[in-house]
Design a protein around this ligand. Structure first.
Ligand code: HEM
Length: 352
């Protein structure tokens, strides 16, 4: 038993060392450059004809060379950090792929076990405005661009290893070109819409004292009877955590690194782009995993949530049960929030 766990621990340590080794792989450790590399090469040609190791050592050293071509890095023949980047991409994307698959599996297991979160009381037919038209336009612009970027990003990241063996070179080539162009052109639209979303939704996502009990009991979401939902404001603590991690952290990181990659004509070095690429990959997988949870709850995971963002209104019962403090606030201020406002579709279509 003990030897088994020691073997397992040794395997984990070996895998970690291998990962660090691959990620850190660069130019093999070399002896210091000779004072006059050109002279060293001339001597090497005599002692070992055809051996041009001193030339390569100088090239891979990263020491600035002479060129008459103007521009950044035109005097770098081989950019050695590129090897580190190439080596690091594979384990990072593989780990991201596994985590994403695990997240999808987790959502399926949760849905099978828990089922959708329902409204316990009967719909009253009184509707409360939850999101204005401008909030919904911004939300759906971000949502559509994010999903497009996520799907095309997955094709760019995993297409070669997952899709190519299944669909062959011709089809994959078309798909890859389409994915790349869609990704590159949708990115700037996302970059313009996301900051607007942050400004619009930041107020309701500031943490308040009443969020702590929600966190401690996970909002009562694990209670399958659905009768112990913890009261929350307009956004509950789970939505707030998602807002700060998915929208602000992942979203802004993706925008900054994405713009560095999308516009290589601002004199950035190749190493800057390689670092941006790795950070972009990690932030992308992180954002996609969080967005999967958000999309699940915004569609099949919680009855009536989709209608809130689709039409902008929720039934009074939905508001009272899922966002009790917000409901109290609205009731104290009605009719400013649009209670009983004319719905764009009959209420029974929107609260099941
Ligand atoms: C197909 C994709 C998506 C669907 C179906 C969806 C659905 C929804 C729904 C139903 C709500 C309302 C929840 C409620 O009333 O409590 C909502 C709110 C929201 N969604 Fe999405 N969404 C999607 C994608 C996204 C993406 C990609 C982002 C950001 C990166 C996002 C950010 C937000 C924000 C900020 C809110 C407001 C809630 C809050 O204040 O935190 N959504 N979404």
């Amino acid at each position: 038993m003990r030897s088994k766990s020691i073997t397992r621990a040794a395997a984990v340590i070996a895998a970690a060392v291998m990962f660090v080794g691959v990620a850190g792989a660069q130019v093999p450790a070399a002896s210091p450059l000779p004072a006059d590399p050109a002279q060293a090469q001339r001597e090497r040609q005599i002692s070992q004809p055809y051996n041009n190791a001193p030339v390569w050592k100088e090239i891979r050293s990263g020491a600035p060379q002479f060129t008459s071509l103007p521009g950044r890095e035109t005097n770098v023949l081989i950019q050695s950090e590129g090897q580190t980047w190439r080596a690091a991409r594979v384990p990072i994307s593989t780990a991201g792929g596994f985590l994403f698959a695990l997240a999808l599996l987790g959502i399926i297991v949760f849905y099978t076990w828990r089922g959708p979160i329902l409204v316990q009381g009967r719909p009253t037919g009184h509707l409360i405005r939850r999101y204005t038209s401008s909030e919904r336009i911004v939300h759906w612009t971000v949502a559509i661009t994010f999903v497009t970027l996520g799907l095309t990003g997955l094709v760019i990241m995993f297409g070669k290893s997952v899709l190519l063996p299944l669909i062959g070179y011709t089809l994959f080539s078309w798909l890859a070109i389409l994915a790349k162009n869609l990704h590159n052109f949708t990115g700037p639209v996302f970059a313009m819409a996301l900051p607007v979303m942050i400004v619009m939704f930041v107020r309701e996502n500031l943490f308040r004292a009443y969020d702590w009990p929600w966190v401690k009991r996970f909002g009562g979401m694990l209670d399958r009877s659905g009768k112990s939902e913890v009261p929350s404001g307009k956004a509950n603590a789970g939505q707030k955590v998602l807002f700060w991690l998915m929208v602000v952290l992942a979203g802004l990181t993706l925008i900054v690194t994405g713009l560095i990659l999308d516009f290589p004509n601002f004199n950035q070095t190749r190493q800057t782009m390689q670092i941006a690429n790795v950070v972009h990959m990690v932030a992308g997988m992180f954002g996609i995993i969080l967005a999967s949870a958000h999309i699940y709850l915004g569609t099949i995971g919680m009855k009536g949530a989709y209608d809130a963002m689709r039409h902008g209104y929720v039934d009074e019962s939905w508001a009272r049960e899922h966002h009790a403090f917000w409901y109290e606030e609205v009731m104290a201020e009605k009719p400013a929030h649009g209670l009983d406002a004319a719905p764009p579709a009959p209420p029974q279509h929107r609260i099941a």
